[in-house]
Design a protein around this ligand. Sequence first.
Ligand code: PMP
Length: 403
Amino acid sequence: MMKNIKKDFPLFQNYKSLIYFDNAATTQKPQQVIDSIINFYTKHNANVHRGVYSFSETATTLFNNARKKIAKFINADVNEIAFTRGTTEGINLVALSWAEKNIFAEDAIIISQMEHFANLIPWQQFAHKKRVRLLIVPITNTGELDLKTYQDFLSNNKVKLVAITHISNVLGTRNDVEFLTQEAHKFGAKILIDAAQSVAHEKVDVKKIDADFLVFSGHKLLGPTGIGILYIKYAIAKDLAPVEFGGGMVKQGGFEKSTWLEFPYSFEAGTPAIADVIGLGSAIDYINENINFDALKKHEALLCSKLIDGLSKFPRIKILGPIEQLKKNGHIVNFVVDGIHAHDVAAYLDKHNICVRAGHHCAQPLHQVLDLDASVRVSFYGYNNEQEVEFFIQKIEEMLKKL
Ligand code: PMP
């Protein structure tokens, strides 16, 4: 059974009637995370890695402890995760560092039709610049990856990298990343997993997946904005040259030449987002203490089932994702309404204090494939409940009668 966690999130105390169904965009923050940031600024604020005075040492300890917690959370080693601003920056850094040195003209990169802009545009731009082929795995008519084409792409091209999402932020599809990784490795390709939509909803284990690169954002994981994680397998990270330079990453600096610290410090030039790192560490503590991933998955899938069953009664509504999969393990349900634009659906729901996302969700090419310009996305987290879904369905029914 999912524990009642809603009371831990102060935003819901301040807005009792709010129904927040936009968790794929960002999650709300528990008091514990907010307190840890306030606590840092009010009691421990100092820069890290620099001062010899005890205040700076405390700040450095808090910062380093957060890195240890976050690494453990995804079963990485502490020297395999670098702090970034988020998923987007993590992917760009892989393109600028590893890809720049290892992928050349006539090589290929595989992505999929269901990628967020963050995992599409960096590769598209890279492909243009380096004359690399970008191979795009299509989706099936149930919104899943076409695995046959994936395997064909791997066997017929010189694929150096597969960059693919764990869970689609539009369709809610959960990709079997362990299988995708095994296949990529069979052909000597590396794999990058965009875990932005999975890491808050299930145990993500970089070793079990055997990912080479894995990225996520803190703000979708109950943590603050502006902080994310770039995981790089040690065997790759140990030789990786940095792409940004400045304080905090130099081993030996001189006017003529300099040498660099090892990863992750080599990828963390300048003062890091100290309070946000500590805040993310606190989000991990909160999850470890309060969230059982099996119970969370069941709870969110139950909400998906209830929503899908409710919406399926209305012939004007079409659900876009893999319905059977979502009922088993989803947290995102996306739909369109015949005759009502997605923005108007969201605006109607907003009048009833329901927050949903409408648009192309930074996946415009996927919407082109689906022949749509926009869709409505409902995305759950553990603090949502069945009453909220019932109210949502009632409001949709009312809307369909009026519009
Ligand atoms: N990938 C996916 C699958 C996402 O859902 C998102 C956020 N919507 C991103 C990447 C980008 O995350 P961020 O904006 O935090 O960098």
